[in-house]
Design a protein around this ligand. Structure first.
Ligand code: BGC
Length: 273
């Protein structure tokens, strides 16, 4: 079964129908540039353009780079502040004439990685961190997601972590891989102290260059691995969330190894345990 996924990012709005059995795009994705300023109306125009490019009619899942509760966007760290308090899922769904499920971008990437990527089959505490313009986080235990964890905004030595260890901080500070890896390591050590995960999955565009910085990160007890779905994790995870909202007992999602607990109709179940 295919469901449409859209990933709303700081530079681009990307989407495609997703093959939920393979956990991959069913066709090549379409991308439009994120309008600046990235106001709700302007971004929603972009989302509609991407969906309409495929002539898609049916449920749509979309990501948002901030806290989303029941379809309402509650924070706007790296997008226009006018997103705060908007029933974004409701408005998008009116414009597209179809149900829209909206989820935090890192949560979407996390559910995709846990089901199809680097976290497949892992039942302990797993934390995915996306290092990009900001730092996004997705926290799982027993395959279930705790949504909207926002661990990028943890304070470390008087600074918000994402202002020190995001890839934007690396670029703006013109930091060497070594220097930036030290910051990422301190951040991981802090998150590890709080949650003792068995696995960290590092996502975001920089995961493509994992060989440049992951070997420099030492002293973390958990395994630290790059994300596997790379650029498409958000699109795939958004489609998974939409599919689950449309069909809570969706059998089209293949079963995974691991304890066969009742998955229940929540996002965590999308991770498949
Ligand atoms: C936001 C998160 C988001 C992350 C990555 C942070 O600034 O607060 O919600 O997941 O950036 O986009």
């Amino acid at each position: 079964m295919d469901v449409f996924g859209v990933d709303i990012g700081g530079s681009g709005i990307k989407g495609a129908p997703v093959d939920l059995e393979r956990g991959d795009l069913a066709t090549e994705r379409h991308k439009v540039l994120t309008p600046q300023p990235a106001t709700p109306e302007a971004v929603m125009d972009g989302v509609c353009e991407v969906v309409e490019h495929f002539g898609w009619r049916g449920p749509v899942g979309a990501t948002y780079p901030g806290v989303v509760v029941d379809g309402t966007t509650r924070t706007a760290a790296n997008v226009d502040k006018s997103w705060i308090g908007v029933d974004a899922a409701g408005r998008l769904s009116e414009r597209l004439g179809a149900p829209v499920t909206l989820v935090n971008d890192a949560d979407a990437a996390g559910i995709a990685e846990l089901r199809f990527g680097a976290g497949r089959g892992r039942t302990g505490t797993v934390i995915l961190l996306t290092l990009g313009t900001g730092i996004g986080s997705a926290l799982f235990t027993g395959g279930h997601l705790v949504p909207n964890t926002e661990l990028g905004h943890l304070e470390l030595r008087g600074h918000e972590a994402e202002t020190r260890a995001s890839t934007r901080a690396k670029e703006e500070g013109d930091l060497s891989w070594q220097h930036w890896a030290r910051r990422v390591e301190k951040y991981l050590a802090h998150v590890e102290m709080l949650f003792s995960p068995e696995l960290f999955i590092i996502g975001g565009g920089v995961s493509r260059k994992a060989d440049k910085f992951l070997p420099l990160i030492k002293g973390i007890k958990a395994e630290v691995v790059p994300a596997q779905l790379r650029n498409n994790a958000g699109i795939v995870g958004a489609a998974m969330a939409a599919s689950l909202a449309a069909h809570p007992a969706d059998q089209a999602l293949p079963p995974l190894p691991g304890p066969s607990a009742d998955p229940g109709p929540d996002l965590g179940a999308a991770a498949g345990f």
